[in-house]
Ligand binder design. Structure first.
Ligand SMILES: [Fe+2]
Length: 128
């Protein structure tokens, strides 16, 4: 059984998928069950992963993370950042060498959650 917005990875080929519509079945790739990413919420290491959201001049700016910035190296970087505003999902893809941040020029919402995916450390959310 899947749930909308869950993120799964195939540990054989590296496919990553996000669920758009839930179903009873199990997601399978390369002949085995895909791994569900748990949303991680707190970082105890020096390296920061929890997204930090700021609202300025009609934009949301999401940084990874708040005090220390996450690396954006070829082998270790933030692949994408999602801002979920009142159940609408907005996503920006990043590349090595970019700043670890994403800007969303969208109207202010009532419920705002940010998620990001680090290619080494997985899925992170700023849910409190
Ligand atoms: Fe990381």
């Amino acid at each position: 059984m899947t749930k909308r917005m869950q993120v799964y990875k195939c540990e054989v080929c590296g496919n990553i998928v996000e669920v758009l519509h839930e179903g009873k079945g199990t997601l399978v790739c390369c002949g085995q069950e895909m791994k569900l990413f748990e949303e991680q919420t707190s970082d105890t290491s020096k390296e920061k992963h929890v997204p930090y959201v700021e609202r300025t001049e009609g934009k949301y700016i999401v940084r990874i993370g708040e005090n220390a910035l996450h690396p954006m190296e070829e082998k270790h970087y933030i692949e994408w950042v999602e801002l979920i505003v009142d159940d609408n999902v907005h996503r920006r893809y990043l590349n090595p060498g970019d700043e670890p941040e994403a800007v969303f020029e969208i109207p202010e919402g009532r419920k705002v959650t940010a998620r990001e995916y680090c290619n080494i450390h997985g899925l992170w959310v700023n849910r409190r």
